[in-house]
Ligand binder design. Sequence first.
Ligand code: M6R
Length: 614
Amino acid sequence: MCGIVGYVGGGNVYDILIGGLHRLEYRGYDSAGVALESPSGKLSVYKTLGKVSNLEAFCKDKDTDASVGIAHTRWATHGEPSDCNAHPHYSEDGNIAIVHNGTIENYKIIKDALTQHGCTFKSETDTEVLAQLIEYVRVTNNCSLVDAVREALKEVIGAYAIAVIEKDHPDTIVAARQSSPLVVGIGDGEYFLASDATPFVEFTDKVVYVDDGQIAVITRGEPLRLLDLDNKESNVDVKKLKMSISQLEKGGYPHFMLKEIFEQPETLRDCIRGRVVEGGKRVILNGVFDNQEKFLKAERIILVACGTSWHASLIGKYLLQDMCRIPVEVEYASEFRYSNPVIIDRDIVIAVSQSGETADTLAAIKIAKKMGAFVYGISNVVGSSIPRETDSGTYIHVGPEIGVASTKAFTGQVMVLTLLAVCIGQLRGHLNAEQVQKLGEAILKIPAYVKETLKLDKTIERLSLIYTYAHNFLYLGRGYSYPVALEGALKLKEISYIHAEGYPAAEMKHGPIALIDSEMPSVIIAPKDHLYDKIVSNVQQVKARGGSIIAIVSDGDETISGIADHVLKVPDVPECLTPIITSIPLQLLSYHIAINKGKDVDMPRNLAKSVTVE
Ligand code: M6R
């Protein structure tokens, strides 16, 4: 994780870097720092524990005049969050400063070698080791910073996006990427550099996505250069950025999470647009139609993902099995990559990831590709690593998700998986025209039903007051509602720090039922579906043991409404579309409980939005 920013140009360097750090704070907020170089070549580093606002307070009385600078917001990996471990790190002689997102796996060996050459280290980080290594190479070889970075990186094993500046060179940033994201923005007489394009969206729409193994040499007044580690230069492919500033602001909501929850009718509309056509008669995903042969011949689908994206993938399994009658497996990417997986060339591996940068998911993709599978990506961030690494795929198009707890990306992922299942189902002849039309029409109505469901907000806000101080929660569901239960529990854990467990409702009697008493609330997801009568029994089992029940049911429900303590009624939709609807009240419940507890919902402790480390 971590976010890095760089700027060279005529603008206010410090303000641009700080603004960029705020945008990237979703990537980590253990500490923040800047390295600024004055027009005369003086290099100053300011850094401090905590959020970017702490850094701003710290810099208030400092000299921040600069013509080039780099900055960092940290999610700690090597070394605890502290002032000393904060980035930028600099070489012992103070000649270079560096910011880094990633992990250097062999840093210990390099550190030992450098120590033998007399280097001493202030921090516990792998990044300081890289700073010292680059400077050691530069001094020993008496070479330029670019050559020193190139040579140093040849010795490094691990993941990195780095930006380096050097004393007395107030016009240049040298950056490099391996398995961590890095984008350059080209403005009018200025260059930006960041982990994603959000820090410079208001300044330019011209972007260059740096590839793995590339070094970017950014010099004021000169064209951008991209080199590989062997000094071979490659073409600079400038792309147009499609992102607007309003997408990155709170738009009147107190938190990004709430804004993103309420955006869902619109984001789902964007997700469906152009994909469900002719009033629902046809569902088109170009990524599938351009690769029909692969989808026709596929013998198995394996979904790989992490966290919320894994929950969406589990819903994808139910959808693909139901509509395509194909065997489907769902794997945690972090387990899959080390599980010695059996993959054949008729497997399709689908990687699901909001950020498109999750390290475990990327590693799983690489393995699957190497073993001959066709790999399909479902991501949100355009131009991120996963869409670039996969053979084909679909964007969910829900716009930037800033809140660390995923909400609109989850429903977008589920929607794309639904479209995918319909698409493959019709292609493989398991869905006839009438079935496709019925599903297509129902999908088109979903944004309106989500809007309707959001009207529960005030009811949920009141309800949340009753449960704010519960220490544990159970979330129960069956069939399509089981992954929704897992996701509801994760949302609560992430932002309110209340322990919550998601469970298949019928499994409860095999153990967790022992936990039920008046202190253990259960959230039961029980829309009208083919398992409704079954879950009624589970609801009764909880009630019989004195547990309180919050039930999410469909409009018109009577049975569970007569048993549960609190009932939240949502629009009645076809079974395969219930997860998108039933997850909305769970997002709101976790949001309000966390707010009641005074938690920072957009930046929950210990988390980061994009997990680019193992
Ligand atoms: O960007 P990704 O979808 O690959 O991220 C996967 C998980 O890190 C992510 O879903 C995480 O669990 C979120 N904090 C959930 O709200």
